[in-house]
Design a protein around this ligand. Sequence first.
Ligand SMILES: [Zn+2]
Length: 1004
Amino acid sequence: MSQQGYVAAPPYSQAQPGMGAYQGGFGSGPTQPLYGHYGGPPQAFSAPPAVAPAASMPLPAGSSQYNPNVQQNDCTDSDRLIFLEVQTTNMASPGPPPTQQLTNQMSSMNLGIQGLQSPPPPASSVVQQPFQTPPPSTMAPPQMPPGLQSPHMSPLMSPPQSPPESMPMASQSMAGTSMAGMGRPFPGPPPPGPGGFQQPGLGSAGQFGGYMAGPQQNMPGAFPGAQSAMAGPPQKKLDPDSIPSITHVIEDDQVKQGGQVFTTNIRGQVPPLVTTDFTVTDQGNASPRFIRCTTYSLPCTADLAKQCQVPLAAIIKPFASLPKNETPLYVVNHGDTGPVRCNRCKAYMCPYMQFIDGGRRYQCGFCNCVNEVPVFYFQHLDHMGRRVDFYERPELSLGSYEFVATLDYCKNNKPPNPPAYIFMIDVSYNNIKSGLVKLICDELKTLLEKLPREEGMETSAIKVGFVTYNKVLHFYNVKSALAQPQMMVVSDTAEMFVPLLDGFLVNYQDSRAVIYNLLDQIPDMFADTAESETVFAPVIQAGVEAFKAAECSGKLFIFQSSMPTAEAPGKLKNRDDKKLVNTDKEKTLFQPQKGVYEQLSKDCVASGCCVDLFLFPSQYTDIATMADVPSHTGGSVYKYSNFQIETDGEHFLRDLRKDVQKSIGFDAIMRVRTSTGFRATDFFGGIYMNNTTDVEMAAVDCDNGVTVEFKHDDTLSEETGALMQCALLYTTIGGQRRLRIHNLSLNCSSQLSELYKSCETDSLINFFAKSAYRAILNQPLKNVREILVNQTAHMLACYRKNCASPSAASQLILPDAMKVFPVYMNSLMKTAPLVGSTELSTDDRAHQRLSVMAMGVEDTQLLLYPRLIPLHNIDVNSEKPATPVRCSEERLTDSGIFLLENGQSMFLWLGQASSPDLIQSLFNLPSLCALPELDNPLSRKVRSIISGLLEKRSNSMKLQIVRQKDKPEMLFRQFLVEDKGLHGGASYMDFLCYVHREIRQLLT
Ligand SMILES: [Zn+2]
């Protein structure tokens, strides 16, 4: 009962020194915690979730608005439906419309709904739709479904019950949303598209059998070359506005939740969309910036999970950047004994530990083990059974925080050295000739001043080193005492070693003069080189050896121009073969070559050596193999094909600057613990796994996202919910060993409707992208695409069957939280890795595949649904960001100017009839290859939009300017993801119809 064991520490609601100075027990805090929830009375999160189900948790005043789930347990399922097809038609007209007019009406449906004054909605807002006609037969998909022809649209059943203002997008609190209808778009099953997009459904395991039609012609966005002859009556063009739109969903969420505070005090609450601009206050669960889930309500049993086929996964970005107005993580010090952990499952102290027995013991929320409270950690409980120091200890009241790690958590029980960055420059002929070497050397002089440093520190603790290479490696001694740098050459690349220890890795500030000298000399030293061959694996090996010798972790920045063909370990040869595309052997194009690089990844991870590769290829370089080590060490691969300094130099430098300055942790190992009943079973990311539970990363930066899949191993309890704790052990940029903890609590339900209601489409698509991109290593692409479509149909069919109120089979009913899921899924299937086309570069496909594997939710969202921003009508004086439009040719206008970006590429599209004044304002003709800095409002506005985007994105993007109907426009058009794919793949509309048909088959 002694209190003297308690480590006295200042309450962390007080102003504290910055992170890093944590010797005072809790260490750091922000100068001012946001919204005063720590200093203030205990107003929120008043009980550990383990004992209080979310619905009955006391809420702080004003927080209920962020808590849609709690209040809605009693609403009917109809409020989460979207009706496609005929049901809404008589919203616009009081009586059932004659059948033959239906198609016409459908195209104007949305307008009709929004302007609706009469008839009034039924008195009861929860009325079910009593369909009197039997569900239409599914035997005649090519024809208009019987449902369309039957006069079953009495006002009683069809108007959705929501008031007009809730149209067209669903609101969580509104009772019902209708999308306008659309007709039957499949007049006949055309053959699979010539572009190679084999429609799924063929030859599948039987579960989803049946021949399916290919992409439809005569659709908006149909690609030239599609067959146009069709059976059946001519179809009216469908109104694309009638199908769910991602831009609307994004806008809608921004209006609803933008600028607001998201408080994480409620279990299982679905966060705002990843695209929405909001502020997070941590009150017991990790911010959605750190963890997002595919659903926030897990099904209670494995059977339910299997039934719905909705993947249960979390996307964890342990080092996500926080906006300036959010509190950085507190650092907690539990002293010499290390962080308090459960004896059995080793979970770290967190808000889910329940203190009992007067505070002497606590029950673990993960494994239920009852643990003694260590003497130093004892604290009395208040009348509610909560420790009186609840608000003073981040680990009791917050979702995310850090622990100081003791020597037990360090390699060889020794505190780590600060990490090092080694710059390894290929000085072969190509890189010298292009001016790249000089560009890099000049840039490093200023960039090295900006190496990341611990908050509050004046200089960076990161050491730097330099290597140049072609067929041999040159190491440089840049010790501060030297007047001139010294070069040491290693030509035996088979047995790589580091020829010098002292003076290779140095503190930049100390050795600045020698380093400057070196960087000035390098371009001249190799100016006359004729050497065009390079090595690659020995370069990485040299980095590993250097880190081993210096007993530190760190990162290699490798600037390489070509495939390594010189005689050395890891020598590669051209194995590109377009004949493999669309065959069962296509997967080999994505597989890295085995052997040297496999072992190298292992060595790198073991010594905390992250590899970033900057590639400047003029031809095929076998990226699948060259990027193998970066992709297993948390590194990035940047590719600048046919690099030219004038057009690509700035783009490359922006990438390099961002990369060097990123916030990052080294030599990391991550473990995801869960409460009983489910567990993490699969991991996707820039990671390495030696066993089934420990996720190893040589480094993890603010953009790295690890996707974790969960499976049941028992029944989950609705009462206690499901808990997860992600613990990441790593070395800071200052050389401190820390544990970063993120906790998240989810709901559990035996009702599938709860699961669907709590789905997060952006997270789902991140999971599907990564799992598909991994699957193509082992399976034919056709199978992978089939699985994606089948699972989409299955998820939606299960919703339809179990959660939606009865309705005509001709209706496509989508859960509100997943209404734009099909757009993303279709876009995913049209991405370069998944579409079998000989026109695509093998390296580009491999590169995209590997980039996506390490992405977080924001990045996959943007990649799969680019922003298309009209610029011709922007208000140059407005502060408001320009509103994007849907990614479809339909949205382009001949007189328009549009900006398109997806986080990887950026285009400025100029319509052929765009106003000469606009062009003049932007370009000062005739130069159209770059955007000059002109002194007029439009030019300033457009450039500020572009620079704003470049700042925000993790990669720099090269602005490509394309004119309508010019040849390069094709590059741009492939990003209009709602249209038919350039290299195969259906339009969004076709895909939706196709999925609908699959669903109908599943339901019969
Ligand atoms: Zn435990």
